[in-house]
Design a protein around this ligand. Structure first.
Ligand code: SF4
Ligand code: SF4
Length: 488
């Protein structure tokens, strides 16, 4: 029988500008123009219940309870957690931090980064799937969407259908609720920087400041846009962590995996069908794992960078396996080595505790311990010494040499404190101004200090001296270096 070979077709991609546009097809070839740009397809994630979904909702409640609730907690006469940028004070329960305590912020960032490395090495994108604000707010917004517009199929039908009263009402209600949550989120965010009770009364009296309005709206708008519209696109295209997290994965990292050996060949069958005669795997090809996926991928194609490790596909596949009477775990958290080598759960867990994980844990433990010790031993006041640039050195009454300094004393306690200043480093060095200073609670003050020394105290030039600032017995003492100039 004679067969007709199809004429060769060339797919001509639209190529970058430097190439001068489309490539010329070879003579005689049938050409088809294909754009490399793919329009965004809206994803309608189906709702899902199960173990991992419960964990995620648990994290939604926990993180939002902390975020929305924390600014309302009082500590003494003030807000427990307040980052007062205007006054340059950061209050975290009993701690009062100054910008000079920047080292603690660095420590928190280092701890966060190390924790991320550790959790990623152990269980992949645990943060993305359960605690990232993008995931958490998308989950809340999706829940509101489901309550107002129904689940996946109803939403798809409505979006494809004409605008009618029902559609307008449901969509309006959805956006009203989204905006309400977004604005409340923006307001709460600003409440970490401005006392939230004051902010609330300013809001009621419509007297909020312009910056407070701006940041409430900006943060609210970002929440509305990211959780309502951008959703998986933030994870796929904007989040830097999604780009480098694969560098922290190895074959012993827990990831959401499809057991292809067990699942393939996939295919529909009746519940009563005998798998051995049908010669099919456990996957019934229901596509539910794709429908529940918030990033719209098919986990059966293997690990993809879009996967945020949320476990929704594992949850829904377990319900399918239950209905079919098959063992759960066709899609599950496992490691590549465990799947390839058919390890048991305990073997898998043993391999998770590998040197890399132990090293991350040890470093993280050391940094956390140093932070705790450093905070516990921290002197609750700070001192900066600056030489008065207007008066380098001068000879005063009685032939003594005088240098003038400015000391900034920062009281990081919540009580008024008295401090006494002393100086040493040269024979006969005395303080000619007031050596006792009172500083109000959580305030700082610049104090001018005149230091005098006998005329023949030392050769001309600069000489090291030390200021000691002593608080009450419970506060301890701070020493700061400076120089004393002896003129020629
Ligand atoms: S949910 Fe499970 S059974 Fe259904 S298509 Fe996905 S892997 Fe196959
Ligand atoms: S593939 Fe599964 S685990 Fe990954 S994002 Fe989709 S639903 Fe979540």
């Amino acid at each position: 029988m004679e067969t007709t070979e199809p004429s060769p077709r060339k797919v001509i991609p639209i190529v970058p500008f430097e190439s001068g546009g489309a490539i010329e097809p070879p003579p005689g070839a049938d050409a088809e123009m294909v754009s490399l740009y793919e329009a965004h397809q809206k994803i309608y994630p189906r709702s899902v219940t199960g173990r991992f979904s419960n964990w995620r909702w648990g994290m939604v409640f926990l993180t939002q309870l902390v975020f929305y609730g924390m600014p309302w907690i009082e500590w003494g006469q003030r807000q427990a957690v307040l980052f007062d940028l205007g006054a340059r004070r950061f209050y975290i329960f009993g701690l009062v931090l100054y910008p000079q305590d920047f080292i603690y912020l660095t420590g928190i960032l280092v701890i966060s980064a190390l924790s991320l490395f550790l959790f990623t090495a152990v269980a992949g994108r645990l943060w993305c799937g359960y605690a990232c604000p993008q995931t958490v707010y998308t989950e809340i917004f999706l829940w509101l969407e489901k309550k107002t517009e129904g689940d996946r199929s109803a939403r798809m039908r409505r979006d494809a259908g004409p605008w009618n009263r029902d559609k307008i009402l449901r969509k309006s209600l959805k956006h009203f609720l989204w905006v309400a949550v977004a604005l409340w989120t923006g307001f709460t965010f600003v409440g970490y920087f401005t006392p939230i009770t004051e902010l609330a009364s300013e809001f009621v009296q419509m007297q909020m400041g312009s910056w407070e309005i701006f940041w409430s709206l900006f943060y609210g708008f970002a929440t509305y846009g990211n959780a309502g519209f951008m959703r998986e696109q933030v994870c796929k295209h904007m989040c830097p962590y999604a780009r480098f997290q694969s560098a922290m994965f190895d074959k012993d990292t827990l990831i959401v995996t499809y057991d292809a050996e067990r699942g393939e060949p996939r295919g529909a069958r009746s519940k009563k069908a005998d798998l051995s005669t049908l010669k099919v795997g456990a996957c019934v090809d229901c596509s539910l794992c794709v429908q529940v996926c918030p990033t719209g991928i098919d986990i059966r194609k293997g690990l993809q960078y879009e996967c945020i490790g949320c476990g929704a596909c594992a949850d829904v596949c377990d319900t399918v396996m239950d209905k079919m009477g098959y063992a759960r775990g066709l899609v599950k958290y496992s490691t590549q080595n465990a799947v390839n080598q058919h390890w048991t759960q305990s073997q898998t867990l043993r391999h998770i505790l590998r040197p890399r994980v132990l090293i991350y844990t040890a470093i993280l433990g050391a940094v956390v311990l140093s932070m705790v010790v450093s905070l516990a031993l921290r002197t609750p006041f700070k001192v900066d010494v600056v030489r008065d640039r207007g008066v380098l050195a001068r000879v005063v009454e009685g032939g003594r040499i005088e240098n003038v300094y400015r000391l900034q004393i920062m009281n990081a306690t919540e009580q008024v404190q008295r401090f006494s200043i002393s100086v040493d480093g040269l024979p006969g060095l005395v303080i000619a101004s007031d050596a006792d200073v009172q500083i109000d609670a959580t305030q700082s003050r610049w104090v001018a200090v005149r230091i005098q020394a006998p005329f023949e105290v030392a050769s001309a030039g600069s000489h090291s001296i030390h200021f000691s600032i002593r608080g009450p017995a419970t506060l301890g003492q701070v020493s700061e270096k400076s120089v004393f100039i002896v003129p020629r």
